[in-house]
Design a protein around this ligand. Structure first.
Ligand code: SAH
Ligand code: SF4
Length: 371
């Protein structure tokens, strides 16, 4: 069975041609699947019955399982999405988080089960890498969240053209650029006018800094870019974001500038996790200003979200303020993420899934403010 949820428009068109059909069927199919959230062939009334019967025999629309849906007092929602463990077939999961705000609704999507990059302060990194998510598992998170929100109180009266999810951030579990092909195909579906029709500036990809893939992304699918910086010099970044040993800061800054030539926004967002006593001193802030001086950028300071045995603490509010003020005085726009959705343990950027991490989590949730 061919799972049609793994295909972007071009691939769907190729599929239809391969079974002797016209390529425009791809657009029709995308309208049903993504605009209307329908995967039941019987309801796809503008597709001829004979073709529907053929599709029923040869194809599927397989979405990942929803293991659990949690709703926070502040409206934040989290879905635990089933994603079988590749090595032993046991069930594990990734997380998807919806953050409603006054002027937008942001969905935070996962790209891998675990992560191989081992940033020392990240609970996903501590789990190690299990496997890449497929296209259908990535776009399926948007499909599931969208359909579930549409059926919820407060959203159910919205006309179909109104978007509940206005922004997507690839900031859940995993390093999206390490699952390049599947993530790009899924983002193409997000951007496709026949599917979700999101603008490139409303889809943000966050990377720890895979330079060759950043260069490729600017040509293949230039969405808004966030880069996880977290340290202002190579010595410290080598330690807490180990991929820095492969792509050190000088190369990373150059890659950001190359990206900006094609980016839908004229800045990169640098994410900077505030780790008490590690990267949060006045000296670090000054080094940071120096480091980014030739890059058009904004900053997003993220108070560290503690998890059991992390070995790190969150910077004090005072240290965060002082750090922020130095960047602001140097002329940069800086946001500090606030805590939200605490009661459902939904922390975008340090999500752990259900089965792999059995510890009781005390993580706090931080919404995406700047995107
Ligand atoms: N792998 C990608 C995207 C997922 S992580 C990346 O690293 O950019 C999204 C953001 O959350 C990253 O900036 C990441 O460094 C940050 N993050 C990870 N663990 C965190 C923690 N415990 N507290 C606060 N932010 C964290
Ligand atoms: Fe992977 Fe991002 Fe976590 Fe680093 S911060 S381990 S790249 S998910």
């Amino acid at each position: 069975m061919t799972n049609l949820l793994n295909f972007n428009q071009q691939q769907l068109a190729d599929y239809f041609v391969s079974i002797g059909e016209k390529p425009f069927r791809a657009k029709q199919m995308m309208h049903w699947l993504y605009r209307y959230g329908i995967t039941d062939l019987d309801q796809m009334t503008d597709i001829a019955k004979v073709l529907r019967a053929k599709l029923a025999d040869e194809t599927s629309f397989t979405l990942p399982d929803v293991q659990e849906e949690l709703i926070s007092d502040d409206g934040t929602r989290k879905w635990l999405i089933g994603a079988n463990n590749q090595k032993d077939g046991t069930s594990s999961s990734v997380e998807t988080v919806f953050i409603p705000e006054d002027d937008r609704g942001t969905l935070c999507i996962s790209s891998q089960v675990g992560c191989a990059l081992e940033c020392t302060f990240c609970s996903t990194g501590r789990q190690g890498f299990n496997r890449n998510l497929s296209v259908s598992e990535i776009i399926g998170q948007l499909w599931i969240a969208n359909n579930s929100l549409r059926q919820s109180d407060g959203y159910d009266m919205l006309p179909p053209g109104d978007r509940i999810i206005s922004n997507v951030v690839m900031m859940g579990m995993g390093e999206p650029l390490a699952n390049y092909d599947n993530v790009v195909t899924a983002m193409q579906i997000m951007l496709d006018d026949h599917a979700y029709g999101l603008s490139r500036r409303r889809v943000t990809l966050s990377t720890s800094g895979l330079v060759p893939q950043m260069d490729k992304l600017k040509d293949d699918c230039p969405v808004a870019l966030a880069v996880s910086l977290h340290a202002p010099n190579d010595e410290l970044r080598d330690e807490i974001v180990p991929i820095n040993k492969k792509y050190p800061l000088k190369e990373l800054m150059a890659a950001c500038n190359r990206y900006l030539v094609k980016a839908p926004r004229d800045f990169v967002t640098f994410e900077y996790v505030m780790l008490d006593g590690i990267n949060d001193t006045v000296e670090h802030a000054h080094q940071l200003v120096e480091l980014v001086q030739h890059v058009n950028c904004k900053f997003n300071l993220i108070p560290f979200n503690p998890f059991p045995n992390s070995g790190y603490g969150t910077s004090t509010p005072n240290h965060i303020r002082v750090f922020r003020d130095i960047l602001t005085k140097a002329g940069y726009i800086v946001t500090v993420r606030k805590t939200r959705g605490e009661d459902i343990d939904a922390a975008c950027g340090q999500l752990a899934g259900k089965v792999l991490d059995k510890t009781t989590r005390s993580a706090k949730f931080i919404p995406i403010e700047v995107m």
